[in-house]
Design a protein around this ligand. Structure first.
Ligand SMILES: [Zn+2]
Length: 753
């Protein structure tokens, strides 16, 4: 009631105000946003902006920030005054943590509960200022706001590719614009050690530099290398400078020192800390490597000495120790590691890793810090005080919360910004996978079925930017924006508006802002896309576009040319002989061409029954298997069905008895992503409910490196086929994801006549 009264006092009467998220220029969308009703265009309630500021209740850092933000966003200057100030501040007592209110009437009043929330108010203010007829104006409104999650994070990998202090500062500055508060700085990995450690100078003298870097995607065969020395590191003085810069923007930097895996750069400098002691260079290839820190006491002392220096540089409560992707091959064969297992009565190498992490946990706790690690640290028992960053899905995080540990959700499905954001051919090389703007927007750090008492342990969420395929800062911005803006909504809003509203506000208010800040953001989410549907005779390809544009269509081999409106489609009928059909859509507006190539066959668009359902993350529907669209590496997700089971059963209805020679099945092999080829395939003639005869049985003894077309020969007349695909139940030792169920990715089944 008090709030309503206030609003009426501000804007006149109740009937003259509107509560709407629809045209809210501020992102993340505030808890409450109220504007006066607009009767007509002429009554536009913009007020001209003068910039006298009463600094009575404004801490010095915030005055500096206000000056900086007005300059960088709007090229405007503030001045201090007590005579009719435009902007005034008030400190709130007993308000919600990190809350603020902002009211714009004839003047601007910002009330805040903490310095941090005053900074958030300033960021909102920046987004409210518009340029109308070359006059800076601001629309009358009232905002009341506070964040939903405590941990609103973005991560940057500076090991695979190095970014300068200035670039890291810009990364932080843009984070601040969207009210992120945690910057996870991935400082060490196999390919480079990037932080000066005074006690161990060789870490940067040797570990910061590699002699070569793999070119193209690491799964490309054969691999080629750019033979050029590459590297860089931050001195401790530079680290302090970045920490201070972030603190002025109320952003905490969580440093990550990877252990016991992803340690090749450190081991290049200090090979005696590996199990074998063998001298190897800093790695120039991407992936997971066998040589990790030996679990012996010397390594533990070494890493604790490093952490001592790290914690003096970073005021953050949390220190990230990695803990992911540590193959146990070396530990299994190492006398020293095995001796610890015996002495400490550990069950296996996973418990040895748990012991290793516990030693770090105790050390950090004794120094007033908290340990956080990737969800692999759950394996072999979670250290008592540790927090978990869940990346391999939500399960690890859910389990940790159940055990009463703090959790940051960062699942690959929604939060990996090194994945593709679009499926078009023009998309620059990425790691693989597909995480669209809409997918990020759909993210919720709290899984639907989680109990409230466990949800209380979810600190928030974070997106990660691994930089294997991101060699320059322009591409960093391309991969992060606008996806980070969608994530800011997820982590800040209590009730975020629907995607369409968000997208409109993004387009109307934020793309211009990003342009002003010269951010190299991706426009992929605006591009047209194709969608395949089933018809009686085959498939239809529809062209979708958010704009009402017209496309020029070229279809081969018929040499069909026509114009087509957005959201209409072109049919392709099943052909009795294999052939390639291609449809090219060229946008009348942007001249961007979308091309879809269909490998046509007698199987195109036939009814398929998935007796075994794919994992829901990679269930793109049964049509995927007969749409003629073949996936390729790096995979973008949509062309494939992904299974995490060892037996897959699929039925295809041929509609009438047909004589066939065999079947061709196409699988993906990307062992770095735990995706393996199947071990055997059987095909049977399925009539009614019974499977009768086994025709073909094929094992994959000879397979190509990337993708495998498995031909299963048999010669019968059939009207229905039942295909059973068998895979291994666990990944072999020494490979990424060892001990886990491998994934099987299938994208196409084709009958051969
Ligand atoms: Zn060892």
């Amino acid at each position: 009631m008090k709030k309503l009264f206030l609003l009426i006092a501000l804007f006149g009467s109740l009937s003259s105000i509107s509560f709407t998220q629809k045209n809210c220029p501020v992102i993340p969308t505030p808890v409450t946003y109220v504007t006066p009703n607009l009767d007509s265009e002429s009554a536009l309630p913009g007020i001209p902006l003068s910039l006298g500021v009463d600094t009575t209740n404004l801490p010095k850092n915030l005055y500096n920030q206000l000056s900086y933000l007005l300059d960088i966003n709007h090229q405007m200057r503030v001045f201090v005054t007590k005579e009719n100030p435009m902007i005034q501040f008030k400190k709130l007592k007993n308000a919600i943590e990190d809350s603020y209110t902002l009211s714009v009437t004839k003047t601007i009043l910002i009330s805040y509960s903490s310095e941090r929330s005053c900074f958030y108010a300033l960021q909102s203010l920046m987004q409210l200022i518009e340029n109308k007829n070359n006059e800076p104006t601001i629309t009358k409104c009232y905002i009341s706001d506070y964040p939903n999650f405590k941990w609103r994070g973005l991560h940057l990998d500076v090991a695979r590719h190095f970014f300068t202090v200035e670039e890291v500062k810009r990364y932080i500055d843009l984070m601040a614009l969207y009210k992120f508060n945690t910057f996870h700085w991935h400082l060490t990995d196999d390919q480079g050690w990037r932080i000066e450690i005074k006690k161990y100078p060789k870490l940067t003298e040797i570990g910061a530099w590699r002699d070569s870097t793999v070119e193209n995607h690491y799964t490309t065969s054969p691999r080629t290398y750019e033979k050029k020395r590459y590297g860089g590191f931050y001195t401790q003085e530079e680290i302090k400078e970045v920490v201070k810069y972030a603190a002025e923007r109320y952003i905490t930097i969580v440093p990550e020192i990877e252990m016991p895996g992803h340690a090749r750069a450190a081991l290049a400098a200090y090979p005696e800390l590996s199990c074998t002691g063998k001298q190897q260079g800093v790695e120039g290839l991407w992936g997971v490597f066998d040589d990790i820190f030996c679990a012996k006491e010397e390594s533990i002392q070494f890493l604790q000495a490093i952490l001592s220096e790290v914690i003096t540089l970073f005021p953050s409560q949390f220190v990230h120790i990695g803990g992911d992707e540590a193959p146990k091959n070396r530990w299994k064969k190492c006398e020293k590691c095995q001796r610890i297992i015996q002495e400490k009565k550990l069950k296996d190498e996973h418990e040895l890793q748990s012991y290793f992490v516990q030693r770090m946990d105790k050390f950090l706790v004794a120094n007033g810090k908290k340990l956080i690690g990737w969800d692999e640290i759950l394996e072999g028992g979670l250290s008592p005080n540790a927090a978990v960053m869940s990346w391999r899905g939500f399960e690890g995080g859910a389990e940790a919360a159940k055990q009463g540990h703090e959790v940051v959700m960062s699942p690959g499905s929604h939060c990996y910004f090194d994945h593709y954001q679009g499926r078009g051919k023009a998309e620059p090389l990425a790691f693989g996978g597909y995480t669209s703007l809409e997918k990020v927007y759909d993210f919720n750090p709290i899984p639907k079925d989680m109990k409230p008492e466990q949800a209380a342990y979810i600190l928030g969420g974070q997106a990660n930017l691994w930089t294997e395929y991101i060699a320059d800062f322009q591409k960093v911005e391309y991969m992060v924006y606008p996806r980070a803006i969608a994530l800011s909504q997820v982590l800040w809003c209590q009730n975020k508006p629907n995607f369409e509203t968000f997208e409109n506000n993004l387009i109307n208010y934020h793309l211009p802002l990003l342009e002003k800040r010269k951010v190299n953001y991706s426009k992929t989410f605006l591009a047209a896309s194709t969608q395949v549907t089933r018809t009686n005779e085959g498939i239809a390809v529809q062209i979708n576009s958010k704009r009402n544009e017209e496309f020029k269509v070229k279809k081969t081999p018929e040499n069909f040319v026509n114009n087509l409106k957005a959201n209409s489609s072109i049919a392709i009928n099943r052909s009795q002989k294999p052939q390639e059909d291609a449809i090219e859509f060229t946008s009348g507006e942007t001249q961007i061409t979308e091309k879809i190539i269909i490998k046509n066959s007698p199987t195109l668009g036939l009814p398929v029954k998935l007796i075994t359902l794919p994992n829901q993350r990679y269930n793109n529907g049964d049509l995927t298997l007969v749409d003629g669209n073949y996936g390729a590496l790096p995979w973008k997700g949509n062309e494939w069905l992904g299974y995490d089971t060892s037996e897959i059963i699929i039925e295809i209805d041929l509609l009438k008895p047909q004589k066939i020679k065999g079947l061709e099945l196409s699988f993906l092999k990307d062992e770095g992503s735990w995706i393996h080829l199947p071990t055997s395939i059987t095909v049977s003639k399925s009539e009614g409910k019974k499977s009768k005869t086994i025709f073909g049985n094929k094992t994959n003894s000879q397979v190509s490196f990337i993708e495998s077309n498995q031909f299963v020969p048999f010669s019968r007349k059939v009207s229905k086929l039942r295909i059973t695909i068998h895979s291994k139940t666990i990944i072999d030792p020494g490979l990424a994801g060892e001990g886990h169920q491998p994934w099987t990715f299938i994208d196409e089944i084709r009958i051969v006549k």
